[in-house]
Design a protein around this ligand. Structure first.
Ligand SMILES: [Zn+2]
Length: 134
C-alpha cells in the first residue's frame, strides 16, 4: 500500500477506534486493546499530519473526509477538478480549502474496517485469561 493510502487508512482507523473505545458496552480489555491500537498507529503517522488531524478533531470537526460527488463530505465545499485529478492520480491525500480536513477519494478501498475491529476486539476478549488457558 502506498504511504499516502496507509496514512488515510490509519487516520480513519484511529478515529474509529476512539469512537469504539468510548462506547459504554466495551469491556476493560477491549478498551485497552483499542488504546494500544491507537498508540501504535499514531506512531506510524508523520507528526505534522497527526497534529493537523488532532487539532481538527479536538475542535469537533472532521480531521479526514472522503470526497463524494466532488464535494468535501465534512463541510460540503466543492473540490476543484484539478484537486480531484491530483487526489485520484496517485491516491494522494489533500486538504479541503474550506474546512482544512484531509480529503481523499475512493472510500471503498478503506471499507472493511468493521470486520477489522470485530477481529481486534475478539482477540482482546479471548486473550484476557492467560492462566486458565493451560
Ligand atoms: Zn471541507
Amino acid at each position: 500500500m502506498r504511504q499516502t493510502e496507509d496514512i488515510i487508512q490509519k487516520l480513519l482507523r484511529i478515529r474509529k477506534a476512539r469512537e469504539l473505545s468510548e462506547q459504554p458496552q466495551m469491556s476493560e480489555e477491549e478498551v485497552e486493546a483499542l488504546r494500544e491500537f491507537i498508540i501504535e498507529n499514531r506512531r506510524q503517522i508523520p507528526p505534522f499530519a497527526m497534529s493537523h488531524f488532532d487539532r481538527l478533531e479536538a475542535s469537533g470537526k472532521m480531521g479526514i473526509a472522503e470526497v463524494v460527488d466532488k464535494k468535501c463530505s465534512a463541510c460540503g465545499a466543492r473540490i476543484s477538478d484539478d484537486e480531484i485529478a491530483y487526489l485520484q492520480k496517485n491516491k494522494n491525500i489533500g486538504v479541503c480549502d474550506n474546512c482544512f480536513a484531509f480529503i481523499y477519494m475512493d472510500g471503498q478501498k478503506f471499507a472493511g474496517d468493521d470486520e477489522f475491529f470485530a477481529d481486534l476486539l475478539r482477540r482482546a476478549r479471548t486473550a484476557e485469561k492467560p492462566n486458565q488457558a493451560k
